[in-house]
Design a protein around this ligand. Structure first.
Ligand code: 5AD
Ligand code: SF4
Length: 470
C-alpha cells in the first residue's frame, strides 16, 4: 500500500485502513504510475450550486486518498467525473453537450473512465437516456452514492462493469470524507442535506431526498479547523439552513464564538422560517456578514401560493423591515423565478415592485424551467418563453436602475474586503460583507487577506476604491 501518499487525517478517520477495495485501488494507481510515469489524473467538474461544488470537493478528496492527482484538462484526464445539476433544463442540456463532446476522446483513449453524478444523474429518465445513447459513459451515480465511489471504480477497473447506481438507501451523513478544497481562502461547509419543502417548481427534494442535519459538534469542529488552517470565509450550506434540526441561530452563535480573523456566510434561507432571532443573531455577531440571501421567488401572493412557498409578500417585507429597523443598510439578495405557469404580466409587475421596495444588492433571476415530476409541470402555461425572456430583461433593467442608487450608499465609506484575486478593471478584486464585488489596486501578496477599501466609484456590477488599511 502506497502509504506515503495518504493524508494523515484520513488514516485517522479510518477511511482506508483495512479496506481491501481501496487498497486494490491504491495498488492500481501505483501500477499506473510505474507504467506511465505519472499518477492517474482525474478531472472533476461540478455544475450548479455550492452544495454541488462541496460534493465535488469530497469526491476529489476520496480520489486523492487512493492516489489520483487532478487536471483541469479533459484531454489529459484518465478519469472524468461531471457532477451535475438538475435545477433547470439548460443545466441538463449543458451536461449532455459536454458528454457528447467526450465521445471522440473515449474512442482515442479507451481506458478513460467517464462518470456522471449528482442531481441530474439521480433522475431515472436521465440514467436511461445515458444508458441508451451515451455509450462512452461508464459510471452514473446519484446524490446518495458518493460513499460507494471506491466500490464503483473497482468494478469498472477490475470487473469491466458499466455502473448505474441510483440507490436512495444511504441517507446517512458521512462525516469522515476527506476534502480537496478548490480554494484556500473560502470554504464551503454543508450543515444539512436535502429539502422537505416541495416548492412546486423544484426538483431538489426529488433528487436530494429529505432533510438531514449534521451534528452541531461536527460542524463546529470543522469550522474551528478551517479557521486554524487560515480560511477567511466560511460558507455554511443547506437548501434551507433555517430548518437545521439542532437550531440554526444556536449553531451560528457557537461558530461565531470561535476566535480568529474570518467571516461567516450562509445560504439559502427560506422566508417562512427566517425569524427575528436569526436577524438578531446576525446583527449581534462578531463574524457573520450583515447580509441575508433570502429568495422571495415571486411578488404575487397568488403565485407564491401556487409555488407552495408558504409566506406572503407582506411576511417577507416584515423580515426585511425588521432587519433594517435594527441595522440600517442590512443587505439582502434574492432569487426570483420569472414566468411560473399561469403568472400574468400584472403579477410579474408585482415582482418588479418588490425589488424596488426592498433594494437588493444582487438578484439571481431565472426564467421558469419545467421539471418533469414536479407539480408545477402539470400546470397550464400560456406564456411562451420569448415573452418570459422579455419579462426577465425588464426585471434586470429595473434592478440595474436600482443598483446605482443602492451602491451610492458606499461612496466615501470604508468597506472590509476579503481579497480574492486579480481584478477585471483594477489590480485586485474581492467581496465586501454585503457580498458585493470591490476592485482596487494593490500587490498580489495580499490575496487571501482582509483589507479596508475606501469606495470612490461604482458601476452596476462592482464598487471601486483605494486601500486605506491592510
Ligand atoms: N425553474 C427556474 N428556476 C428554478 N429554481 C429552482 N427551480 C427552478 C425552476 N424549475 C431557482 C429558484 C431557487 C434557485 C436555486 O433556483 O429561484 O431559489
Ligand atoms: Fe427547492 Fe424550495 Fe427546497 Fe429551495 S426550498 S431546494 S426552492 S424545494
Amino acid at each position: 500500500m502506497y502509504i506515503g501518499y495518504l493524508v494523515p487525517d484520513a488514516i485517522d478517520g479510518g477511511v482506508l485502513v483495512g479496506d481491501s477495495v481501496s487498497e486494490k485501488l491504491v495498488r492500481y494507481t501505483d501500477l499506473f504510475f510505474e507504467k506511465h510515469g505519472h499518477r492517474p489524473l482525474a478531472y472533476v467538474y461540478s455544475y450548479g450550486c455550492q452544495q454541488n461544488v462541496s460534493d465535488g470537493e469530497k469526491l476529489k478528496g476520496q480520489l486523492s486518498l487512493i492516489g489520483y492527482e487532478f487536471t483541469d484538462d479533459t484531454e489529459q484526464a484518465d478519469l472524468i467525473i461531471l457532477n451535475t445539476c438538475a435545477v433547470r433544463e439548460n443545466a441538463e442540456n449543458t451536461v449532455y453537450g459536454a458528454v457528447g463532446g467526450l465521445k471522440h476522446l473515449k474512442e482515442r483513449k479507451p481506458e478513460l473512465i467517464i462518470g456522471i453524478c449528482g442531481c441530474m444523474a439521480q433522475l431515472e429518465h436521465v440514467a436511461q437516456k445515458i444508458r441508451a445513447s451515451y455509450r462512452q459513459v461508464d459510471l452514473v451515480f446519484g446524490t446518495f452514492a458518493y460513499g460507494d465511489l471506491y466500490k464503483m471504480l473497482y468494478d469498472i477497473i477490475y470487473n469491466k462493469k458499466r455502473i448505474f447506481n441510483l440507490s436512495e438507501n444511504n441517507t446517512d451523513i458521512n462525516e469522515s470524507f476527506y476534502q480537496v478544497r478548490d480554494s484556500k481562502i473560502k470554504a464551503f461547509v454543508p450543515i444539512m442535506y436535502g429539502c422537505n419543502n416541495f416548492c412546486t417548481y423544484c426538483i431538489v427534494p426529488y433528487v436530494r431526498g429529505r432533510e438531514r442535519s449534521r451534528e452541531p459538534q461536527s460542524v463546529i469542529e470543522e469550522v474551528r479547523k478551517l479557521v486554524e488552517d487560515g480560511y477567511k470565509e466560511i460558507m455554511l450550506l443547506g437548501q434551507n439552513v433555517n430548518s437545521y434540526s439542532y437550531g440554526f441561530p444556536e449553531l451560528l452563535k457557537s461558530i461565531d464564538s470561535i476566535d480568529g480573523d474570518f467571516r461567516i456566510r450562509f445560504m439559502s434561507s427560506h422566508p417562512k422560517d427566517a425569524s427575528k432571532e436569526l436577524i438578531d443573531t446576525i446583527i449581534e455577531s462578531r463574524h457573520i456578514c450583515k447580509h441575508l440571501h433570502l429568495p422571495f421567488q415571486a411578488g404575487s401572493d397568488r403565485v407564491l401560493k401556487a409555488m407552495n412557498r408558504r409566506y406572503t409578500i407582506d411576511d417577507y417585507l416584515k423580515i426585511v423591515d425588521y432587519a433594517r429597523s435594527k441595522r440600517q443598510g442590512f443587505s439582502f439578495t434574492t432569487d426570483i423565478i420569472v414566468g411560473f405557469p399561469g403568472e400574468s404580466y400584472e403579477e410579474f409587475c408585482q415582482t418588479k415592485s418588490v425589488i424596488k421596495r426592498v433594494g437588493f444588492d444582487n438578484i439571481y433571476s431565472f426564467v421558469y424551467s419545467k421539471r418533469s415530476g414536479t407539480p408545477a409541470a402539470e400546470l397550464e402555461d400560456n406564456t411562451d418563453d420569448k415573452t418570459k425572456g422579455r419579462w426577465l430583461r425588464e426585471l434586470l433593467l429595473e434592478q440595474r436602475e436600482n443598483i446605482m442608487t443602492l451602491f451610492s450608499r458606499f461612496i466615501g465609506k470604508d468597506v472590509r474586503v476579503l481579497v480574492e484575486g486579480r481584478g477585471r478593471q483594477m489590480q485586485l478584486t474581492g467581496k465586501n460583507d454585503e457580498n458585493i464585488i470591490v476592485e482596487f489596486d494593490g500587490d498580489e501578496s495580499i490575496i487571501g487577506e482582509f483589507v479596508n477599501v475606501r469606495i470612490e466609484k461604482t458601476a452596476n456590477w462592482a464598487l471601486f476604491g483605494t486601500i486605506t488599511k491592510e
